[in-house]
Ligand binder design. Structure first.
Ligand SMILES: NC(=O)c1ccc[n+]([C@@H]2O[C@H](COP(=O)([O-])OP(=O)(O)OC[C@H]3O[C@@H](n4cnc5c(N)ncnc54)[C@H](OP(=O)(O)O)[C@@H]3O)[C@@H](O)[C@H]2O)c1
Length: 210
């Protein structure tokens, strides 16, 4: 039975990963470090951490597989620099520390269009994160690139809700790659990647997640 290390368990995709992992008989233990506490559950260990001062020597960094669903928006973070800290620095740091402790597999939530040479800051940052994480040295590294996420979000993001609604209604005329992807599908892909830990680098595009 495997131990899963999960970063981002309070978010839309992270909550779905957590739910699925806790119900999955292949997973014996989930370690989900967060900055605010999760409701206690069987199989769940929930260290409270400060991402600016990670407990890098904690024993729980060694797992069978790790998943990162951390992320924010430039608007929510308040600046490009603050966004980059959450979407580049934190994922890369947790990847490096987990790798140093011997965790062999890492699955990262990125984005459709992520590209280290993209013109937009968001996609460029996502692309840089992908590259840096993939270069960390995991035996198995999977990058998952969803289009707009579908699912129930407690936080209000009106523009995202409008685009999700319009895109869902018009799904039949939108190429698969650009359709809304249920957060549950992204979670399943991440979980399978982290548990199966197939050797090498893998990229799952949005059309693979429909
Ligand atoms: N939204 C979309 O349509 C979309 C599309 C493509 C790709 N993505 C990417 O998919 C990933 C998951 O998205 P999501 O919608 O599930 O994200 P989300 O619901 O906003 O959750 C983000 C997670 O990151 C954590 N986080 C945010 N700011 C933080 C900070 N300053 N310090 C520490 N932790 C922080 C949150 O923790 P707290 O709960 O403590 O804030 C939460 O666990 C992200 O990388 C996102 O860029 C999203």
């Amino acid at each position: 039975m495997k131990t899963l290390l999960l970063f981002g368990a309070t978010g839309l995709v992270g909550q779905a990963v957590l739910r699925q992992a806790l119900a999955d008989t292949r997973v014996g233990r989930v370690v989900a470090p967060t900055r605010r506490p999760l409701p206690p559950q069987a199989k769940l260990e929930n260290p409270l951490i400060d991402f600016k001062a990670l407990p890098e020597e904690a024993p729980w960094w060694r797992a069978d597989g790790a998943i990162c669903t951390l992320g924010t928006t430039i608007r929510r973070a308040g600046s490009q620099a603050a966004f980059r800290e959450v979407d580049f620095t934190y994922p890369l740091t947790v990847a490096r520390v987990a790798h140093r402790h011997g965790t062999p597999a890492f699955a990262l939530t990125s984005s459709l269009g992520a590209d280290a040479h993209a013109r937009t800051f968001y996609l460029r940052t996502k692309g840089e994160t992908e590259k840096a994480v993939a270069d960390t040295g995991f035996a198995s590294c999977t990058i998952v690139r969803p289009s707009i996420l579908g699912g129930d979000r407690s936080e209000s993001r009106p523009m995202e809700a409008i685009s999700t609604g319009v895109m869902s209604a018009l799904a039949w005329m939108i190429p698969r790659r650009y359709r809304v992807v249920p957060a549950e599908n992204v979670a399943t892909a991440l979980l399978n990647a982290a548990i199966n830990a197939t050797r090498g680098r893998h990229v799952l595009e949005s059309e693979d997640l429909q």
